[in-house]
Design a protein around this ligand. Structure first.
Ligand SMILES: Nc1ncnc2c1ncn2[C@@H]1O[C@H](COP(=O)(O)OP(=O)(O)OP(=O)(O)O)[C@@H](O)[C@H]1O
Ligand SMILES: N[C@@H](CCO)C(=O)O
Length: 318
C-alpha cells in the first residue's frame, strides 16, 4: 500500500479545478512506494499522478519543485510538476502538501538491458552537467557526517565483525574522501531502478526526487552503479557497468580526483544503504507493514566492493 491518506473523487475533482488540466474521470490509489500517498488521476485530457507528502520537512519541498522545474525545462525525462492557474505548483490537499505531475509511461526495469543502462547513464550525465550551477541548495542528508551519526545508532545491532567493518570503512572514507573537493551539483540521491520508468528501451522518466540534494556528483553515480550493476550474487555486471559509465562520461567527463576516489565512493554509498536499511529494521521502523528492504544485500555488496577491484572510470568516451 502507499495510500496513507485516502481521498474521495469529490476532493480530487475540486482540487483539479485549481489547474487547467481537465475534469476527473478516474482516481486510483497506487500500491508502490513507501513514504508518500500516491494516486493515479485520469482526467478527460491527461494522465496525472497526485502525491500527498506524508513525512519529511515540508520546508524542503520547494527545492524539489525547483529542481524538477529546471530539469523539465531542459527536456530531461522527469515529471515537471503542474502549476495551477496562478502559476503555483506546491498545493495543500487533505491537510498535506500536494503536487500534481504528468504520469510518465513505462515500468521499472528488473534486469536492465544495455540500451536501458546507456539511457540512464546518459540522462544522469546530462542532469549533472545541467545542475553544476543550479542556484538552489539542499545539503546532502546522507553525507559522511550522517553516516558517522547513524553508525553509532546501529552498532548495538551488529556482530563484532560487522562493527569492525563499519568502523574501518568510515575511517577510510574520512581519510580518503574528506581531503578532496569533487565536482558538485544537484543530485537525485536515490536513483535505483525502481525510481525509473522504461517504455521498452526508452526511458519514460526518472521519478521520486525526494532524496534530491546538493552534493558530490560521484555520490549519485555510485548509487546507480551499485543498484543497476549487481548480479544476484552481488558481483559486478561489467557490461551494464561500462554501458552506464561510457554514456555518462560522454555528457560529463570525469576529473582525475574522481577517478582516484571512485572505489571509495562505491564503498561509501554501499555502506550508506546498509546503514539506512539497518535503521529501518532496528531503530526507526515505519508505521506501515511493508517488508523492509534487506540490509544484508548492501552488507554483501560492500564486502564485494572491498574484495574485488572495479574497472577504472573511463578517461574518454569509447
Ligand atoms: N510521474 C509518475 N509517472 C508514473 N508513475 C509514477 C509517477 N510518480 C510515481 N509513480 C508511481 O508511483 C509509485 C510510488 O511513487 P514514489 O516512488 O514517488 O513513492 P514514494 O512513496 O516516495 O516511494 P519510495 O520512496 O518508497 O520509492 C512509483 O513506484 C511509480 O510506480
Ligand atoms: N532505495 C532505498 C529505499 C527508498 O529510499 C533502498 O533501496 O533502501
Amino acid at each position: 500500500m502507499a495510500v496513507f491518506t485516502p481521498l474521495s473523487d469529490d476532493q480530487v475533482a475540486d482540487f483539479l479545478e485549481r489547474f487547467d488540466a481537465g475534469r476527473l474521470v478516474r482516481l486510483e490509489g497506487v500500491s508502490g512506494g513507501t513514504e508518500n500517498s500516491t494516486f493515479f488521476v485520469t482526467t478527460d485530457r491527461h494522465a496525472l499522478v497526485l502525491t500527498l507528502f506524508e513525512q519529511g520537512d515540508q520546508r524542503e519541498l520547494p527545492f524539489f519543485v525547483e529542481l524538477l522545474d529546471h530539469l523539465a525545462a531542459h527536456q530531461l525525462p522527469v515529471p515537471g510538476p503542474l502549476h495551477d492557474r496562478q502559476g503555483i505548483a506546491l498545493q495543500r490537499l487533505a491537510d498535506r502538501p500536494a503536487l500534481l505531475f504528468p504520469r510518465l509511461p513505462g515500468e521499472h526495469p528488473e534486469q536492465p538491458t544495455q540500451a536501458q543502462c546507456h539511457a540512464i547513464g546518459q540522462t544522469l550525465g546530462q542532469m549533472h552537467a545541467l545542475t553544476r550551477d543550479f542556484p538552489v541548495n539542499r545539503a546532502n542528508p546522507r553525507d559522511l557526517s550522517w553516516i558517522e551519526q547513524a553508525a553509532k545508532r546501529v552498532m548495538p545491532y551488529l556482530d563484532a565483525d560487522e562493527q569492525q567493518l563499519m568502523h574501518e570503512q568510515i575511517a577510510d572514507f574520512g581519510r580518503l574522501l574528506t581531503p578532496h573537493v569533487l565536482p558538485r551539483g544537484a543530485l537525485h540521491g536515490d536513483l535505483f531502478r525502481d525510481n525509473t520508468l522504461f517504455d521498452g528501451e526508452r526511458l519514460g522518466g526518472v521519478i521520486d526526487f525526494y532524496n534530491g540534494c546538493t552534493g558530490d556528483l560521484l555520490f549519485d553515480l555510485a548509487i546507480v552503479i551499485n543498484d543497476w550493476c549487481a548480479t544476484a550474487q552481488t558481483a559486478l555486471h561489467e557490461a551494464r557497468y561500462h554501458a552506464i559509465l561510457d554514456a555518462y562520461a560522454a555528457q560529463r567527463p570525469f576529473t582525475a580526483i574522481e577517478r582516484e576516489v571512485w572505489p571509495v565512493m562505491l564503498r561509501m554509498t554501499a555502506l550508506r544503504y546498509w546503514l539506512s536499511r539497518l535503521l529501518v529494521v532496528h531503530v526507526d521502523p515505519p508505521a506501515h507493514t511493508l517488508t523492509p528492504r534487506d540490509p544484508g544485500e548492501y552488507l554483501r555488496l560492500l564486502r564485494q566492493r572491498i574484495e574485488v577491484p572495479v574497472p577504472p572510470l573511463p578517461t574518454a568516451a569509447r
